[in-house]
Design a protein around this ligand. Structure first.
Ligand SMILES: *Cc1c(COP(=O)(O)O)cnc(C)c1O
Length: 400
């Protein structure tokens, strides 16, 4: 039977303090104890169900964490103030000085900058590889390697990682495999395919309303407890905690994720096919000529499609900018970074979200100047959207 991530979320039941249909928000940074002994036990991590201090955990954050763990099929999860907070704490927790990471070279710009420029300060080195080339991945592993890191569907090139095959390599070399699943919530379930730790930027599809940043690390109870340890847990000690009010708000948005993802995927598939027919260089994992199409199909939870992201290449940055400005003027979407909004968002990654990656590297990985990344919105009439986009393209001379 196929994995049912949305059903797992729906099967959870929380009530508020007065029988409300939503859990009550815990509007407190600290918690009282009836006995001094329980306070001590809580510090030691031995008092199940007791709260100590909201940097450690809070009821609202736990509710959201449990819902996301249910979605990913992990034992539990820890929510954080941003996707980068989840990524950096997780990696700093897993690695010590002298350790080595093998990472996909096409990762989120912030993740790339963290691995390339920040953690070498702690003598943690990273080898960047083409994650779709399994021999290259395995060849990059050394005796010091601790972590294999990738995104299920990469930003912004939409490369698809074969998580099953990568998990086998990780297991063989006793590495922890960490998968950032931000681009494909519900569609892909990395834990089911063998990943140890699954991370999301909640900022994107999961929250879906572009009103906050947020992140989560999903994993085993032991691992999440370790992240929260008062003695040496990266999340506890670095303190990237999500606010309770925000956790409650993200949880409410999570409940419509399955409906939104289906619509994002349906609209993106429609546009990708049209753009390709029009002769535009179009990258979308749902297209049969996408190099990762078969891999995605094999891994996916059928109902949710191939996701809301696609890219087209219009030849030059000037043309890309002109087109994006015109599409914004026609209210087809916004010239903005980020993704997963109800409105279509577009940006030229080479000069924005991936600008941390040096130009030579960008070229090597196929990140061209005229690339536009679209996060397709929830448009009700996508055919109308297509016609309007096409007329913008004609106006700026995308078609020769
Ligand atoms: C946005 C994003 C992040 C970073 O998340 P923030 O919430 O902005 O900190 C990490 N990974 C991917 C794939 C992203 O798209």
């Amino acid at each position: 039977m196929k994995y049912k991530p949305a059903d797992n979320i729906q099967d959870l039941q929380y009530f508020g303090e007065y029988g409300g249909v939503n859990p009550s928000i815990s509007d407190s940074s600290t918690y009282t104890f009836l006995s001094a002994k329980t306070m001590f036990d809580t510090f030691e991590g031995n008092a199940e169900g007791c709260y100590l201090y909201s940097r450690h955990s809070s009821p609202s954050n736990l509710y959201l964490g449990e819902a996301l763990a249910a979605m990913e099929g992990t034992e539990t999860a820890n929510v954080a103030a941003s996707g980068m907070a989840a990524i950096t704490s997780t990696l700093l927790h897993l690695c010590q000085a002298g350790d080595h990471i093998v990472s996909s070279r096409t990762v989120y710009g912030g993740t790339y900058a963290f691995l390339k420029n920040f953690i070498p300060k702690f003598n943690i080195q990273t080898s960047f590889v083409d994650i779709t080339n399994l021999e290259q991945v395995e060849a990059a592993i050394t005796k010091d390697t601790k972590v294999l890191y990738c995104e299920s569907v990469s930003n912004p090139l939409l490369e698809v990682a074969d998580i099953e095959a990568l998990a086998k390599i990780a297991k063989k070399h006793q590495l922890i495999i960490v998968v950032d699943n931000t681009f494909s919530p519900l569609s892909i379930s990395p834990k089911e395919l063998g990943a140890d730790v699954v991370i999301h930027s909640l900022t994107k599809f999961i929250n879906g309303s572009s009103d906050t940043v947020g992140g989560v690390t999903c994993g085993s109870q032991d691992f999440i407890n370790a992240l929260r340890s008062v003695n040496d847990g990266a999340n506890m000690l670095l303190g990237p905690t999500m606010d309770s009010m925000r956790a409650a708000s993200v949880l409410k948005n999570l409940r419509t994720l399955h409906i939104r993802i289906k619509q994002h995927s349906k609209n993106a598939m429609f546009l990708a096919e049209k753009f390709q027919q029009d002769g535009l260089r179009t990258v979308y994992p749902g297209l049969k000529n996408h190099p990762g199409h078969e891999t995605f199909k094999r891994m996916m939870n059928q109902d949710y499609g191939f996701g809301g992201l696609l890219t087209i290449d219009v030849g030059s940055l000037e043309k890309a900018n002109e087109l994006m400005e015109l599409m914004q003027e026609k209210n087809l979407g916004y010239l903005a970074v980020s993704l997963g909004f109800y409105k279509t968002l577009f940006s030229a990654p080479g000069s924005s979200t991936s600008s941390e990656i040096p130009i030579e590297e960008q070229e090597k990985m196929g990140l061209s100047n005229g690339l536009i990344r679209f996060s397709i919105g929830l448009d009700n009439d996508i055919e109308r959207t297509y016609k309007m986009m096409k007329s913008c393209m004609q106006e700026v001379g995308v078609f020769k």
